[in-house]
Design a protein around this ligand. Structure first.
Ligand SMILES: NC(=O)c1ccc[n+]([C@@H]2O[C@H](COP(=O)([O-])OP(=O)(O)OC[C@H]3O[C@@H](n4cnc5c(N)ncnc54)[C@H](O)[C@@H]3O)[C@@H](O)[C@H]2O)c1
Length: 310
């Protein structure tokens, strides 16, 4: 298949795109490389790989690239509440308007597989398993734009969405603002972390399982389309304190403390059921512990020392 991936040079895309190419697909990535990231270099050896430096909001560029796409995976976004609050105009235009534009421009037969966040489930549902029928009530601009973009994708005949848990694991465009990645980075380099809302529970999924679930959808699209699917680890509905405990089992010198130093803008405190995606035959391969080991190796390589002597 020919697959157009917007934002394909990001954290998820940098793991997904090489997998799509290795699976024999033709892949076009449209990305503005907003972080100056040097990623996807290992993909350039494929003749089936096309890279376009450009903006996912640009109608003429998107129209041209859509022409020969069987599938579109729109990853381009301002990801997370802080960056969306910093630039709300870009958040609205990239996260929402560009996805609505894609849905408008794509032919009905073209398939769109869209990732969104499950963070809006949390509100008022503490202690209950959230299914795809649980209303999403996001608070942050990030959550709101993603939920509305998902509505546009699911209104199409050929759309489906993945409501991803908090993603963890190594990628060549690394993100250390994601909870597990952040804590392991601090555990490796600072040996300590101060957490707030330590009993709030979240769900987690490894970045390679996210790539696998997209590939799963490509192979099972007809029976999966039109629906949203939670994607997370059933055995990792863990509070931040429990997550720290797990990290400490790998790095015994790691110290964590709880203090009222902040509040989650999306008030995430929820446990998630992943039964629907499991019923389609998808099973994650990466446990949290395997991912923590991987991150410890990765952060031994990655160390920001631009402002220190040692
Ligand atoms: N990582 C997670 O935990 C998670 C969870 C749920 C959903 N998602 C969704 O997955 C997608 C990818 O997230 P990520 O973690 O890889 O984030 P990321 O920030 O690493 O990737 C976003 C990519 O989009 C590109 N981009 C931004 N604005 C653009 C524009 N106007 N035109 C073209 N490219 C642009 C960036 O350069 C970057 O490569 C996003 O849609 C995000 O909402 C991620």
């Amino acid at each position: 298949m020919n697959i157009l991936v917007t934002g394909g040079a990001g954290y998820l895309g940098s793991v997904l795109v090489p997998e799509l190419l290795a699976n024999g697909h033709g892949v076009t990535v449209l990305d503005n490389f907003m972080f100056g990231q040097a990623t996807l270099l290992d993909c350039c050896r494929y003749d089936r790989f096309r890279i376009v430096r450009g903006d996912a909001r640009d109608e003429s560029t998107v129209g041209r690239l859509l022409a020969d796409a069987d599938v579109v995976i729109p990853l381009a976004a301002l990801v997370g509440a802080p960056i969306c609050d910093y630039d709300p105009v870009a958040a609205n235009t990239v996260n929402l308007a560009a996805v609505q534009m894609l849905c408008r421009m794509a032919a009905p037969s073209q398939r769109i597989i869209f990732p969104t966040t499950n963070s809006g489930y949390g509100i008022g549902e503490s202690g209950k398993h959230c299914t795809e029928e649980t209303p999403l009530r996001p608070i942050s601009l990030y959550g709101v734009t993603k939920v509305r973009a998902e509505e546009a994708v699911l209104a199409r005949e050929n759309g489906l969405s993945f409501r991803l848990a908090t993603v963890f694991g190594m990628s060549s465009r690394m993100r250390t603002d994601l909870l597990v990645n952040d804590f392991v980075y601090r555990a490796v380099h600072d040996r300590a972390v101060v957490i707030f809302q330590g009993h709030f529970k979240r769900n987690y999924i490894h970045v390679r399982d996210v790539a696998r679930v997209f590939i799963h959808a490509l192979g099972n699209f007809d029976r999966m389309r039109g629906r949203a699917y939670n994607v997370g680890l059933d055995d990792a509905n863990l509070s931040k304190l429990e997550l720290c405990e797990r990290i400490q089992a790998h790095l015994p010198k790691f110290v964590y403390l709880e203090a009222e130093i902040g509040e989650d803008p999306d008030k995430r405190d929820y446990i998630v059921s992943n039964a629907r995606i499991a019923s389609t035959g998808f099973e994650p391969e990466w446990s949290l512990d395997r991912g923590i080991d991987e991150l410890i190796r990765g952060f031994t390589i990655l160390k920001d020392r631009s402002f220190g002597n040692f």
